[in-house]
Design a protein around this ligand. Sequence first.
Ligand SMILES: Cc1cc2nc3c(=O)[nH]c(=O)nc-3n(C[C@H](O)[C@H](O)[C@H](O)COP(=O)(O)O)c2cc1C
Length: 193
Amino acid sequence: MVGTAPAPGETRPKRTAVRPSGVERRFAADELIVSKTDLRGVITYANDVFLRVSGYDLDEVVGQPHNLIRHPDMPKAVFKLLWDTLAAGQEIFAYIDNLAADGANYWVLAHVTPSHGPDGAVVGYHSNRRSPAPRAVAAVKPLYAQLVAEERRHPNGRAAVEASSRLLAAREASRAASYEEFVWSVIEDGAER
Ligand SMILES: Cc1cc2nc3c(=O)[nH]c(=O)nc-3n(C[C@H](O)[C@H](O)[C@H](O)COP(=O)(O)O)c2cc1C
């Protein structure tokens, strides 16, 4: 039934694949989009700002993999870097373009960190996101477009992510600047280095 809450214990059917509408959504500079996941990236918590901006209800996101809001124009290499960094026990800052339930997209500057249990072991992950400066997004777009173009030249996902990760590493080497340094440099001057 449409529009009714699921009965206790019943899960809502997933929406069918969302197609990007080309409409960009912004959120306020003083707002934080927050979510938490388990070790596999399955969402365990989302705050009200997450729900409002993504257009999902809480029961549609909790229990779903975080790629629920993956935008098809996001490079796989960025998510590989995110997961490799978390697996190494470190935090990461990244620009991510997300896809809302109605097809709108919204850019975030995400800070993603491991969460530790009482014994120090990593029990899940946590992400806080702010609205990025428009000039930073303008600087990130050409890099991500280049990475996605490289990925689309390859027939399968594994070859694609390897190729775009190589491209990202080559770019870092030629500029002697890591992805994280790039993240901060575009906030300062909006120019790609
Ligand atoms: C705490 C946390 C937050 C994440 N936030 C996002 C997000 O906002 N958008 C997104 O597309 N992926 C996010 N991811 C990464 C997803 O788990 C996933 O790797 C990504 O969407 C790529 O999906 P795919 O591997 O199916 O292509 C997050 C992962 C973690 C651990």
